[in-house]
Write a protein of this length. Structure first.
Length: 284
């Protein structure tokens, strides 16, 4: 799948260059522009849930090549690194599911967490492709639009709980056990789960940017603008077999912990969103 996407990007890039070569009426030395950019600070995972979501911050840094078809219109392609973060909190988060214990007895594992907090962080390499219009002059207004394809390069989440209570209900005996701890049934305070991998998929985004382009010499310019990147697809494939607190029959005292993105039925699509201020320094 990734090979196909990379091949698709290469094809689009070639088309972009060929279109530029076909452009007439513009001087050879001014039709190329190379720029570096930084942007932020609002960048997060967007989703619906019953918990309280705090949208996080992030930044982007990238390179862009533009080919001018004429004085005001250009096609561009680039590469950038973008970070995203979100924070989700639940006063109470509980769940129950059927499983089997170490003695091969079927039972319902139950858990209830109070003041659960999960911090999520992602890093993506994005490939933006777009078109830009700018007015003539030394101080210009510009408007750019296009699309981005993003590939995850890192991702993790950390979980904390003020208290976690686990129990086992055995319907064949009509009894619920809250102990012993070695069987996985206990009440534990200040649960802290270290960083765990958060695996996400390719992201497709629409991107918009507008602002002012100021010439600072014959061949140099400074862009100052506002941008918005909005994810068009779900980047997280939910695994219904995973639960926030996972019972471990082989070692019951050692419970497993998964992202709430997996375990909550109220979650909708997870999309990537970034917006804020973008600065670009360009040489032409």
């Amino acid at each position: 799948m990734k090979k196909y996407i990379i091949s698709h990007i290469a094809s689009i890039s070639l088309i972009t260059i060929l279109l530029g070569i076909c452009g007439n009426g513009y001087s050879q030395e001014k039709k190329h522009e190379l720029s570096v950019s930084v942007g932020g600070p609002f960048s997060f995972l967007k989703y619906q849930t019953s918990g309280e979501v705090v949208n996080g911050n992030g930044f982007n840094a990238g390179l862009r090549y533009s080919y001018y078809l004429n004085e005001v219109l250009s096609l561009g392609i680039g590469v950038e690194y973008q970070t995203y973060s979100s924070d989700v909190k639940y006063q109470v988060l509980s769940g129950a599911y059927m499983t089997t214990d170490a003695e091969d007895e079927n039972f319902q594992f139950r858990y209830a967490a109070t003041n659960l907090r999960e911090q999520q962080k992602l890093g993506y390499i994005n490939i933006p492709i777009g078109i830009q219009y700018e007015t003539p002059g030394t101080t210009q207004l510009y408007l750019a639009a296009g699309a981005k394809i993003g590939f995850a390069v890192n991702g993790n989440y950390e979980t904390t709980m003020q208290n976690l209570t686990t129990s086992g209900y055995y319907p064949q005996y009509n009894v619920e056990l809250f102990s012993p701890a070695f069987a996985g049934f206990a009440s534990t305070n200040n649960v802290k789960v270290g960083k765990q991998d958060l695996n996400t998929e390719v992201s497709y985004s629409a991107t918009f940017e507008t602002g002012v382009k100021q010439a600072i010499g014959d061949k140099k310019s400074l862009y100052i603008g506002l941008y918005l990147d909005y994810g068009l697809n779900n980047i997280y494939n939910k695994d219904d077999s995973k639960h926030t607190v996972q019972y471990n029959a082989e070692l019951p005292v050692q419970l497993g912990y998964n992202s709430v993105l997996n375990s909550q039925s109220t979650f909708g699509d997870v999309r990537l969103v970034s917006y804020g201020l973008k600065l670009r320094f360009a040489i032409r």
